[in-house]
Design a binder for this molecule. Sequence first.
Ligand code: AKB
Length: 337
Amino acid sequence: MQEVILITGANGEVGHALIPELAKSKNVVAITLDINELDDTLKPFAHEVVIADILDSSIIDNLLTKHSVGTVFHLASILSTGGEKNPERAHQVNVDGTNALLSSVNRVATQEKRAIKFIFPSSIAAYGLPDLETKKKIQRVKEGQYATPITMYGVNKLYCELLGVYYSKYYKLLEPRPEGVLLDFRCLRFPGIISALTLPTGGTSDYAPEMIHSAAKGQGYESFVRPDTAIPFMVMPDAIKALVGLTNAPKEKLTQEVYNVSAFSATAEDIAKLVNNVFPDSSISYKPDLNRQKIVDSWPTDIDDSKARSDWSWKPDYDINSAFKNYLIPEIRNKYK
Ligand code: AKB
């Protein structure tokens, strides 16, 4: 039996890694949706490529029905730095887009009396620590703590997490729902993601991937955050492992809808040192941008992912050293050779 999967924001960074990974299974049929043309490298993995706005509900309803979509990966999003440049647009894409998609999935699942999984990547941006003193003291934050984000993107992510829970558990609270829960909402709060193959656009954790890619290209890098800035990170293969792991987890094992996932916490200087070990000629300097620094300072040093570990056996494959040695350096060298 083939499983049809719809991926929104398919042409983004996570889409570039997720789509080829899903295609490894013969049982998966991928439908991609993005406002931009899908990269030629991804087209062979897609059964149907749709170029459309996430807010176009008629296209979405039609795709869900026509293909009997069983799982939606909703990757379309405007990240934290991009969101501060145009907060209203970020709200439209991040919140209105997610609401339209949740509503379509809920409608089709109810009409067709079948469960549809909705996988939503959230972020450490959903947290907001009040000051550096608290950040240093707290270290690892649990899902229920410090839900006071300071960016439009973080506010959007936090709200959409709640919206997903609402649609899956409480929708039309006043009416009986004998069919039970059909929209199966599952969410991951990701740390900063580092890919060897692509660069992110419009994020604030971007200094880490930018530093590594610049050094590999033989260029210098001026970090927009202080050397002691610490947040959690994960390399792309672990991000894909987490998405697939949560999607495949038996429903009865899940005790919550929103899970932290983490791999390692690192300062900008930790990353710079590892980069310098491999590319000794790379010159990394620091010129903090006070506003972007403020955003990263509001994010936790690390997140507590013990619920993901106990509920669905989440475990990253890479710590900071193996991430560099076994993934980032060989793949990046190959990319820029
Ligand atoms: C960003 O920097 O906005 C993202 C994130 C941490 O979610 N990479």
